[in-house]
Design a protein around this ligand. Sequence first.
Ligand code: ZN
Length: 235
Amino acid sequence: MAVQQLYDLQQLDTAIIRTAALRASLDDGAAQRSGIAAAAQELADLRGRLAAWGARLRVLDLELRSVEAKRAKFQADLYSGRTGNPKELAAMQEEIDILGRVKAGIEDETLSVMEQIERTEPQAHRAEAALEASQAALAQQEAAFIAATAAADGEVADLTARRSALAAQIDEFLLKRYERLREHKGGLAVVAVTGGICEGCHVAIPERRLQVIAGDPDALAACDGCGRLLVVRVP
Ligand SMILES: [Zn+2]
């Protein structure tokens, strides 16, 4: 039954193509990886801002101590009774007032920086947790990809071996015809006729023709509609 062998060959070829396409469509986690890179960058930005604010707080603290020390010196001088000169006393009071405003400014900025840190720290913690979860999900995806790829490769190897064994049993001339037909018919050279309908083009095959084809299993009958070789399944 030459045509039945060709039909079996066709099933194997179709399965090989389907499995290879499935393998090519497997998700290797590339999209997840680029998402993780973006999330890692965002986390690095947040940490960078927190570090910069932390450094700014240390500078502000030093400035505050220095201003407080200067102001305390003026205050001590003012109340020491060292001078009774009203002009000098007024000048000292002026310095104390100026330093008081500088101190208030430093304290305001310190508060504002601390608020930014307080707002950003939870954001950074969330970003870190999300990144860790994404990395775990990626590791799972990569493992699944490796397993699925190996399975598909194994299946293609198995199908290819079976195909070679079957092709070796088929007449060379017939095999060439099959390959040519496959090339021109979108990879489908041999189709079954089911319920009197060609599975390749869905055209009805006349009943008399079906009987003739079914009566001679070695005959290579082609569909008038699509030109593919027909295998008639006798119910
Ligand atoms: Zn057809």
